[in-house]
Design a protein around this ligand. Structure first.
Ligand code: FES
Length: 127
């Protein structure tokens, strides 16, 4: 039997990569946008936490455009763990950082679950 070699899996550049939605829609747009409801403040606090913990180069916090969860924003997602936190404030970030960046864990009460996505689906069905 011939063995088929496994494909090479590239190494991750960062231990954790955090995407923070800072999308800003125009003034008259009826849709919510994270850049107008705390996204920028979340990013600034995350940058400060990365600096405080000496994790520059290991943990990256990038602003991004819409993550498609606008109704529940502001939103961040942490990879490679695929942890979504929505509707959070800068005051929530210390605990999230401690659990999901420093401890490879998550906060069950705050991390998005299937119920979160169902709530989003229902909100969109009403709109
Ligand atoms: S504007 Fe932030 S998720 Fe859409």
């Amino acid at each position: 039997m011939t063995e088929i070699p496994l494909p090479m899996v590239p190494a991750a550049k960062f231990k954790k990569h955090i995407l923070i939605c800072t999308n800003e829609r125009s003034e008259g747009d009826s849709r919510r946008s994270c850049g107008r409801c705390g996204g920028h403040e979340l990013r600034m606090r995350l940058l400060a936490l990365i600096q405080e913990h000496g994790l520059k180069g290991q943990v990256r916090a990038n602003k991004t455009h819409c993550l498609d969860v606008c109704e529940l924003g502001p939103a961040i997602v942490i990879y490679p763990d695929n942890l979504w936190y929505v509707g959070i404030t800068p005051a929530d970030l210390d605990a999230i950082f401690a659990q999901s960046i420093l401890a490879d864990n998550y906060i069950p009460e705050q991390v998005a679950t299937d119920a979160t996505w169902e709530r989003l689906r229902q909100l969109r069905a009403k709109a």
